[in-house]
Design a protein around this ligand. Structure first.
Ligand SMILES: NC(=O)C1=CN([C@@H]2O[C@H](COP(=O)(O)OP(=O)(O)OC[C@H]3O[C@@H](n4cnc5c(N)ncnc54)[C@H](OP(=O)(O)O)[C@@H]3O)[C@@H](O)[C@H]2O)C=CC1
Ligand SMILES: O=C([O-])CC(=O)C(=O)O
Length: 257
């Protein structure tokens, strides 16, 4: 299988390195700046420029990249793994991607990202969910470049402060770089409008902490993860990059979990 990547940021570099270690490419990197080949890796600027034999692309570049390249990739019959789940809060994009996937006979795979327990949530949904809440807590530097900057002084914060309280749809739309986990929880469980989200900047934590509370016919669960940030980007948890690699491994495995 020939695998390509979109984006060369913190997640993209992690995924590219992991593929190289496994001898799996990457066979093309789709970037905004780049044509040409350096360090042995082939960089292209558009889906049309991608080699013919790519059969899996991995979006590591965020909402804008999924909007720009997702439909053309799927329509070309290439499966796509994405970490940009929050973009699906836009029903029009969800429709466009679904339509492109059907027409190309391809699939869009949503990486689990920086959170876990999505399998439990998906199963619980079958019996009926009553309430799902997701709380995202990060050190102030993890919210730099997000709307939290307009609501809080992240440089001088001395106590935990909530800068968003609302639906997963609003969170995913207004925090494109920080609330993909909210979208993952919503898509696995109660949906974008029925999933409640709180986002907190907390100077007393050093990890990216994600918590899910869910109640329903199944009973109730509480999931909490304290993730390390990627060294190159304090906004993004290492597990999000690892989950993209895990999604690729699932595509290659004869038996999947
Ligand atoms: N599902 C999850 O749990 C998580 C999801 N994410 C998502 O992943 C995204 C990437 O995270 P991270 O790697 O840490 O971010 P970075 O800011 O480190 O890197 C983003 C990269 O994407 C590239 N890019 C942006 N737009 C496009 C485009 N239209 N076409 C091609 N490349 C593009 C940027 O290129 P350039 O240099 O040209 O700007 C940059 O190289 C986040 O924005 C977020 O949406 C992040 C963390 C967790
Ligand atoms: O990486 C994380 O901790 C979460 C994140 O940015 C997102 O949900 O988009």
């Amino acid at each position: 299988m020939k695998i390509g990547i979109i984006g060369e940021g913190a997640i993209g570099r992690y995924v590219a390195d992991s593929l190289q270690v496994r001898g799996l490419g990457p066979h093309a990197i789709l970037t905004r700046s780049g044509g040409g080949t350096s360090d042995g890796l082939s960089r292209v600027r558009s889906v049309a420029d991608m080699p013919d034999d790519i059969s899996l692309m991995v979006d590591c570049a965020g909402h804008a990249a999924l909007v720009q390249h997702g439909p053309a990739i799927l329509e070309r019959g290439i499966d796509l793994v994405t970490v940009s789940l929050g973009a699906l809060a836009d029903p029009e994009l969800e429709f466009t991607l679904t339509d492109a996937a059907r027409r190309g006979n391809a699939q869009l795979h949503l990486a689990s990202g920086a959170i876990g327990a999505l399998d439990a949530l998906r199963a619980a949904k079958v019996g009926g969910l009553e309430e799902v809440t997701y709380t995202g807590r990060k050190p102030p530097r993890g919210w730099k470049g997000s709307p939290a900057e307009d609501r809080l002084d992240l440089d001088t914060l001395t106590a935990a402060a909530t800068h968003f309280d609302g639906t997963a749809r609003d969170a995913a739309t207004t925090y494109p770089k920080n609330a993909n986990v909210a979208a993952a929880v919503a898509l696995a469980g109660a949906g974008f409008d029925a999933t409640q989200v709180r986002l907190i900047a907390d100077p007393d934590v050093i990890a990216n902490i994600h918590e899910i509370h869910a109640t329903g016919a199944f009973g109730q669960f509480h999931f909490r993860i304290e993730g390390h940030a990627l060294p190159d980007n304090p906004r993004s948890s290492a597990l999000a990059a690892m989950s993209a690699v895990a999604a690729i491994e699932r595509q290659l495995a004869p038996i999947t979990t």
